[in-house]
Design a protein around this ligand. Structure first.
Ligand code: ZN
Length: 236
């Protein structure tokens, strides 16, 4: 069990201390919580001095995480989200129907029950369907173009916590279907990235050369995902 500490009351945040078999101190910040991993023998004074010395960085990181959380998706009537990089407004209509329909500017969710859980489920099911339609076809196209079609075994979809895609040794590619919110070029980069792993299972220069051979501006798209990806996760 961690002990919750703020040994120096001048610090504007609390932190947990986890005692471990380790030699040095390290700070982790996740979901707005500060955790210090410390050697079993570390004194309170040492821990406190260390945390104080990191205070500016910790405050900055806490603020950044808070900002990112605010930017996250809320699936509710009147809220906006991106689909293929274009903002759409969610319209929730309660009635006997159960359906999700996309237009140029809106996403209509027809539902019997307007609860956050129900909307979340309908939205995710719909987005996953869209990903299966769009990304599977595009993955086959890219695999053919790179002469790797024979290595591609299967394309799967899952909402994973941090990754956008994953390529297994056996030739299975898995995508995070939340990627459907990104612009087409960014999705295309993600597909080229995972398909290129069918040739090179690492992130070596040869791997990036393969990516660049059909996606020369990959750096721009990779950065876009890094800067905007957090918005695609809902707050739920
Ligand atoms: Zn990779």
């Amino acid at each position: 069990m961690p002990d919750i500490c703020n040994l120096n009351s001048t610090l504007p945040f609390n932190f947990d201390v986890q005692r471990q078999n380790r030699k040095s101190l390290v700070v982790y910040i996740k979901s707005g919580k500060v955790e210090v991993r410390a050697p079993r023998f570390a004194s309170g004074k040492w821990i406190n001095e260390f945390v104080s010395s990191q205070a500016d960085w910790i405050m900055g990181e806490l603020a950044r995480q808070k900002r990112q959380f605010r930017q996250r998706l809320v699936i509710a009537d009147g809220r906006e989200f991106l689909f293929l990089g274009r903002p759409r407004t969610i319209v929730v209509l309660v009635g006997p129907q159960q359906e999700v329909r996309l237009t140029r500017d809106f996403l209509f969710i027809y539902t019997r029950r307007n609860t956050p859980e129900k909307l979340e489920k309908m939205f995710n099911d719909w987005l996953k369907d869209k990903a299966m339609e769009h990304m599977t076809v595009e993955t086959l196209k890219v695999a053919r173009r790179l002469g790797l079609r024979h290595k591609l075994k299967e394309v799967k979809y899952r909402k994973t916590r941090s990754k956008w895609g994953h390529c297994c040794q056996d030739g299975t590619i898995q995508y995070n279907y939340l990627a459907m919110m990104a612009p087409r070029e960014v999705i295309n980069y993600l597909i080229v990235h995972e398909v290129s792993h069918l040739k090179h299972m690492d992130h070596s220069k040869r791997f990036w050369d393969t990516v660049a051979s059909i996606c020369p501006n990959f750096k721009r798209y990779r950065d876009w995902l890094g800067d905007n990806g957090h918005r695609f996760w809902s707050r739920a």
